[in-house]
Design a protein around this ligand. Structure first.
Ligand SMILES: Nc1nc2c(ncn2[C@@H]2O[C@H](COP(=O)(O)OP(=O)(O)OP(=O)(O)O)[C@@H](O)[C@H]2O)c(=O)[nH]1
Ligand SMILES: [Mg+2]
Length: 313
């Protein structure tokens, strides 16, 4: 599998058959509704990082699903949220907003039984776009009592207009093939933009940073994950076939550094081995991962630092 492709091909392959479809689909929604879980389920590959915490995704991430019928270019996005006071949060919202324009279709993901002010704000932004929109009601596995869904959806559609509504469990992989069919039929007939074995346009370097960040989201408490980011300082393939990766975990304060390292380095070791395991699975080779923790005061509020750390989209 080639994860390294940075640019789409100049000339795509021949049209496999005359009604082959290809287009871009944004997965949008407020934080934590399951957009990244859905992306991974739809492409059949664990590409985008997932955690139980809101604001896990910080970048737009392209995931490619190619079948006989077509090629769907899914764009996972940071959760659109309100009251974004810090520069980092504003950057997340900018990335989310830019990802919903210039696409062939938007899938708005919500949680079963809940339509919050943030869902409403996203809907208002979608109405301003001309692209068709599908509502995905995710996490239906959590609703044991199915009868409560009917009044919820009835109420929803009196005030909102969607081209289609789908009930899905991204976690349990339910309702996905119907959703895929609905998406595909709304995409333009055109040749694929990527080779059929490609899953993303993101580099291994980017994905390595994400996998360290996923461990931070999973293992650190309270606000600490939001004070961290990851920079890959070195990514090189050694002659023995091992990928050597050096990453810096940036935090805002000395006290945070001590917590990330943990007692006798135990926390940092757990972060490293969790990330390394996932990298080896994704990169299909052995990984030697070295981590450092460094302090950069106020980076979360500093536009220039955000740029340096890759938050530019
Ligand atoms: N029960 C259940 N949990 C789900 C489902 N889909 C996602 N989750 C869980 O919801 C949490 C958030 O999932 P993510 O995929 O990270 O959500 P997201 O919308 O990408 O969140 P942000 O990146 O923060 O905007 C995780 O704990 C997932 O396991 C589902 O269908 N059912
Ligand atoms: Mg996400």
């Amino acid at each position: 599998m080639n994860h390294e492709l940075d640019h789409p091909k100049d000339t795509g392959p021949e049209l496999p058959h005359e009604d082959f479809r290809c287009g871009t689909v944004a997965l949008a929604g407020r934080p934590n509704v399951g957009k990244s879980t859905l992306l991974n389920a739809l492409i059949g590959f664990r590409l985008s990082i997932v955690s139980p915490r809101p604001q896990t995704t910080r970048h737009r991430i392209l995931g490619i699903a190619t079948s006989e019928a077509g090629q769907i270019l899914y764009v996972d996005t940071p959760g659109l949220h309100r009251g974004a006071k810090r520069a980092m949060n504003r950057s997340l919202n900018r990335a989310a907003r830019s990802a919903i324009s210039d696409v062939d279709l938007v899938v708005q993901v919500i949680e079963a039984g809940r339509f919050t002010d943030e869902d409403e704000a996203l809907y208002a932004a979608l109405v301003e776009q001309s692209s068709p929109r599908i509502l995905v009601i995710n996490k239906v596995d959590l609703n044991k009592d199915k009868t409560v869904m009917l009044p919820f959806v009835t109420e929803l559609v009196t005030k909102h207009s969607y081209d289609e509504i789908h009930y899905v469990s991204a976690l349990k992989k339910q309702g996905l093939s119907e959703l895929e069919q609905a998406i595909l039929k709304r995409l333009p007939v055109q040749p694929p933009q990527y080779a059929d074995d490609e899953v993303t346009d993101r580099s291994e370097r980017f994905l390595a940073a994400e996998m360290v960040r996923e461990q931070l989201m999973l293992r650190l408490d309270q606000e600490l994950p939001y004070a961290t980011t990851v920079e890959i300082e070195q990514f090189s393939d050694r002659p023995d076939g091992i990928a050597e990766i050096h990453a810096i975990i940036w935090v805002e304060r000395d006290g945070q550094k001590a917590i990330v390292i943990g007692n006798g380095g135990a926390q940092l070791k757990a972060i490293g081995s969790g990330a390394r395991r996932n990298m080896e699975r994704m990169f299909e080779r052995k990984v030697f991962l070295k981590l450092w923790v460094k302090v950069r005061e106020g980076w979360v509020d500093d536009e220039n630092m955000l740029k340096k750390f890759g938050y530019t989209d």
